[in-house]
Design a protein around this ligand. Structure first.
Ligand code: GLN
Length: 280
C-alpha cells in the first residue's frame, strides 16, 4: 500500500528535498503547511486516488524545477503568508535582511514615507508595513500581473499599501512618481547578469524579476542615478544585490550624492544588501 511514509521515501529517492516533499504532500492532502506533525502522526495512512494523482503531478512539477511556492500557491515571508504565482519572484528568505534593515530605520513615533521599487508579490512592502503600522508605504512594479498579486496580498493581510504601476521599459524606475519624495527607498531589483549559469535553474520565475543587463547592474544603476530626486536629505536607499556586487553598489552610491555606504550580510554570511544616506 502507498502510505504517506512510502511516498516521502520515494520522493527522496527521486531527489526531492524532504521539506519540499512534505509541503507538496500536505498540499495534495488539502492540509496546511504547518501540519507537518500530521504527516508524522499519519505516516501509515494511504492517499485517495485523487490525492495520489495530485501528489504525482506536484512531484513532477517540482522535479522540473518549479518552485514549491508556485505549486502550492503561497509562501511564508517575514511571518506573512503571501499568495504567489509565476508572475512574481518567489520571495526569498535572504530578502528578510533588507526588511530588517528598513524596519530598524523607521521611527515608531512619526509618519514616515517608504517606497518599495519592484514589489513583485508585495513581500518587502507588506513585511515593512506589518512591523511599522504608522509608515506610509508606496510600492511599484512594471508588471500589472505582479501588482495584481501584491494588491491581493495587501487586501488579504489587511495591510494598506499604495500600489503604483511603473512604466514598463522606461529606464527611470521613478517615472510614475514624478515630484514625490520619500524618507526611505528600498528595492530588491533584478540583479542577475544575463547569461549567468544559475538562470536555467530559475526558468519558472519571471525573467524581468531576475536579470538586468550583462553585469546584472542595470536596474541598480538606474535606481541609484534617480533616487536622490525622490529622497529627503538624510533619507536612506537600501538595495538588495548579488553576492559579488557590494563593492560596485557602494561606489555607485558614493558617486551619486550618497554617504556612509555600508553592506549587510544575509543569514548565510553572504553580502546581500547595500545602503547609504542621501547627502543634505
Ligand atoms: N520585491 C519582491 C521580493 O523581494 C520582488 C523582487 C523582484 O521581483 N526582483 O520578493
Amino acid at each position: 500500500m502507498l502510505m504517506l511514509s512510502t511516498l516521502l521515501q520515494d520522493a527522496a529517492a527521486l531527489g526531492l528535498q524532504r521539506i519540499d516533499a512534505q509541503m507538496l504532500l500536505l498540499h495534495a492532502c488539502g492540509r496546511e503547511p504547518q501540519d507537518r506533525a500530521w504527516l508524522i502522526a499519519h505516516a501509515d495512512q494511504a492517499l485517495s486516488a485523487d490525492q495520489l494523482d495530485a501528489w504525482l503531478a506536484f512531484v513532477e512539477r517540482r522535479l522540473s524545477g518549479e518552485p514549491v511556492a508556485y505549486i502550492v500557491g503561497h509562501k511564508e515571508f517575514y511571518g506573512l503568508r503571501l499568495a504567489v504565482n509565476c508572475a512574481v519572484l518567489d520571495p526569498r528568505g535572504d530578502t528578510e535582511t533588507l526588511v530588517d534593515w528598513a524596519v530598524a530605520l523607521i521611527p515608531t513615533d512619526r509618519i514616515f514615507r517608504v517606497l518599495d521599487l519592484g514589489t513583485g508579490s508585495g513581500a518587502v512592502a507588506l513585511a515593512i508595513r506589518s512591523q511599522r503600522p504608522q509608515a506610509q508605504l508606496t510600492a511599484t512594479d512594471a508588471s500589472g500581473q505582479a501588482l495584481a498579486v501584491a494588491i491581493r496580498n495587501a487586501a488579504s493581510l489587511q495591510l494598506p499599501v499604495r500600489f503604483v504601476q511603473a512604466e514598463a521599459s522606461h529606464p527611470d524606475w521613478f517615472s510614475a512618481l514624478a515630484g514625490e519624495v520619500f524618507d526611505l527607498i528600498v528595492s530588491n531589483p533584478p540583479y542577475i547578469a544575463e547569461g549567468d549559469v544559475h538562470l536555467p535553474a530559475l526558468k519558472h520565475e519571471p525573467t524581468m524579476a531576475l536579470t538586468s543587463g550583462t553585469d546584472g547592474l542595470n536596474a541598480i544603476r538606474s535606481i541609484i542615478a534617480h533616487a536622490h530626486h525622490h529622497l529627503y536629505p538624510g533619507g536612506h536607499l537600501l538595495l538588495e544585490h548579488g553576492h559579488d556586487q557590494a563593492k560596485a553598489v557602494r561606489s555607485l552610491l558614493l558617486s551619486h550624492g550618497f554617504m556612509s555606504a555600508t553592506t549587510r550580510q544575509d543569514l548565510s554570511g553572504t553580502d546581500r544588501c547595500t545602503g547609504a544616506a542621501r547627502m543634505g
